[in-house]
Write a protein that binds this ligand. Structure first.
Ligand SMILES: [Zn+2]
Length: 630
């Protein structure tokens, strides 16, 4: 963590610190924090003229509408997720953050320095399902962004629901829903507890990142439709989008960014110092976009006017986040979020940081610029919440769904063991050898890998480092499934870069130890009905690249999904009047958010919650065993 002089830490306890230069300075431990609180109390009792003069921006309580007095219970819970935000972005760029966004959360919130996801694969959908359920994929059932569905013989997304239609998208297009999420969320429990008076809304550029955190009983989830630039939704929630959403879409806000230049927020010297050169050979770019791999980026998607290729290109820019902020502000106003004492929940997930990270990697000038800009964008949103709800009536949670691995070629130049593998090569190796292992005259053994349909194509066997076996074919030929899993695992180990394999039989029969950190993460990511029969884990910085979920998306330069810290270590900051500001070094996970909120709001914990209450930051030890002490 960043260091700061002790006297500065003390002063920062209850004083607004924008006057001091080290904005990223966090208190180091609870001992300092306690001393700081005592010192701050003295300041309150015996005001010192000089220090009083340095308090022009006392913590946020003045700026809210005077009618928004402080209530006994938060009026609004605001979950802010930045997709693919590594923990080290706080330390690499934190001193460049502004006073209102992530910088404000770092100074005024409780920040955990050792927060890790404890599951693999560290992908968007599984990560987003954790925040408000407090549970791992082994319980939520959200094991990946997409998986092979054994019942229907097809590849499905985490939010696929053909019983719904998309709203504000293409006519007749199928919609999405949270029906594959098996656990309740904080939002669900809120609405169940108060007869649906609480409002719960999810917003993101990605469907899964809007739908999964808000939960099954949410009022609505909205995401960015790249077909037409609308904020779209699903008939799962209502038969027609609310009027205010139709008005928002009628403004065609996305089109305002057509042809806009995206340039650096700060002088290039800062970027050269912290992120290296801009124009590097490994940065991938879709050649059809008419863009370059260096600043400034011109945003047209190669189109002559706003159309699908432009809207997809917009996803890869900071302006996509601006659109989400504008939409979230409209949601707060029109849905009257935080307007009464029935606590509402708004989840906002900024996806563009992930798209940019995939294209340029975590050590790029673009990733750095996205980080600086999302800080400002979060600042705009927090200012709006302050003005309309009052931050004193709001609990703000800031985290990320996963980190990111360096671009393998760049990692190799850093003397890290970076190497890139293609999914097709691993699949081919295993397929060929599997046939050779089992083939006999009367048994061609050519169908032991499970085939399935995916976007109208037939695909075989391997998704998300999971091998799926054709159990019916194995049974037909009298081959033991457990044995075949071991054979596949051993064959996969012949591929350079493969570190370990885990079989379904091992995981289902508790034959791996949770004390083994990699095994525990695989176990937490395994749900038998949906997961594969053999799961492969690569060595650090060795990455298997899959085709993008949407075939019209560019191939990824960098990615995430491993059990290693560059993918699991994420920020966790909670800002609210019940949380003591400061830096906490206790181990935490994003699964701790939901039980902490449930306790704070006196709710039944979400159904699968396994996280712990983050009691070290709760003021006055307010929560005892998940209950608020009255
Ligand atoms: Zn993600």
């Amino acid at each position: 963590m960043l260091s700061c002089p002790p006297y500065l830490s003390l002063l920062r306890a209850y004083v607004d610190f924008t006057l001091f230069s080290g904005e990223d300075c966090l208190m180091k431990d609870s001992r300092i924090r306690n001393v700081a609180q005592a010192f701050a109390l003295l300041l309150l009792l015996f005001p010192i003229g000089r220090l009083s003069a340095q308090q022009p921006r006392q913590i946020n309580t003045r700026r809210a509408n005077s009618s928004k007095s402080t209530d006994s219970r938060p009026r609004l819970v605001l979950l802010i997720v930045v997709d693919q935000f590594r923990y080290d972005y706080l330390t690499r760029f934190g001193d460049l953050f502004g006073p209102r966004g992530i910088g404000r959360l770092m100074r005024q919130g409780a920040s955990w320095t050792e927060t890790n996801f404890d599951h693999v694969p560290t992908f968007t959908a599984p990560g987003h399902a954790v925040f408000m359920t407090g549970a791992w994929p082994s319980q939520t059932g959200i094991i990946a962004n997409e998986w092979y569905e054994r019942d229907t013989g097809r590849r499905v997304k985490s939010v696929t629901d053909d019983s719904t239609n998309k709203l504000a998208g293409n006519p007749g297009e199928k919609g999405y829903s949270p029906r594959r999420l098996l656990c309740s969320t904080v939002g669900d429990e809120l609405r169940i507890a108060d007869g649906d008076r609480s409002k719960v809304i999810g917003i993101s550029a990605k469907d899964r990142s809007a739908i999964l955190p808000s939960g099954r009983r949410a009022n609505a989830a909205y995401w960015f439709g790249t077909d037409n630039g609308n904020m779209v939704s699903s008939t799962y929630y209502f038969s027609r989008e609310p009027e205010w959403v139709e008005r928002f879409n009628g403004r065609h806000l996305a089109d305002h960014w057509f042809g806009v230049h995206w340039d650096r927020l700060l002088p290039e010297a800062e970027y050269l110092k912290r992120a290296g050169k801009d124009d590097v050979p490994w940065e991938n770019l879709d050649k059809s976009s008419n863009d370059t791999n260096f600043f400034p980026h011109v945003i047209t998607g190669g189109a002559a006017n706003p159309s699908r290729s432009f809207y997809k290109a917009l996803d890869y820019t900071p302006f996509s986040n601006d659109l989400l902020v504008a939409f979230a502000e409209d949601a707060i106003t029109n849905e009257k979020l935080g307007d009464d004492t029935d606590t509402d929940l708004l989840t906002v997930s900024f996806s563009a940081n992930d798209y940019v990270g995939h294209r340029f990697g975590p050590y790029s000038q673009e990733a750095m610029d996205m980080t600086l800009r999302v800080d400002r964008q979060i600042g705009t949103l927090l200012d709006f919440v302050d003005a309309h709800v009052g931050l004193q009536n709001t609990v703000v949670i800031f985290s990320a769904d996963h980190g990111a691995s360096p671009v393998p070629e760049q990692a190799a130049l850093m003397n890290l063991p970076g190497r890139r593998y293609q999914k097709a090569d691993l699949r081919q190796l295993v397929e060929d050898e599997l046939k050779a292992s089992y083939a006999r005259k009367d048994r061609p053994a050519n169908d032991y890998s499970q085939t399935f349909t995916s976007r109208g194509q037939t695909e075989a066997g391997l998704i998300n480092n999971n091998f799926y076996l054709n159990r019916a074919a194995l049974k037909r030929d009298g081959i033991d499934l457990d044995e075949c899993e071991r054979v596949v695992g051993e064959l996969a180990m012949r591929m350079p870069g493969v570190a370990r394999y885990f079989t379904r039989a091992q995981l289902e029969n508790n034959l791996v130890s949770p004390a083994d950190p990699i095994a525990r993460r695989v176990l937490n990511g395994f749900y038998p009905v949906r997961s594969g029969d053999v799961i492969v884990v690569f060595e650090p910085y060795n990455i298997l690249f899959d085709l993008p979920e949407d075939p019209t998306d560019p191939l990824s330069t960098a990615t995430h999904g491993s059990p290693y810290s560059y993918d699991t270590h994420v920020p966790l900051i909670i800002m609210g009047r019940d949380f003591a500001r400061g830096s906490y070094s206790q181990a935490a996970t994003p699964a701790d958010i939901a039980p902490t909120l449930a306790g704070l709001l006196s709710l039944q914990a979400p159904s699968c919650s396994v996280g712990r209450v983050l009691s070290e930051a709760l003021i006055n030890n307010k929560i005892t065993r998940g209950r608020v002490r009255q």
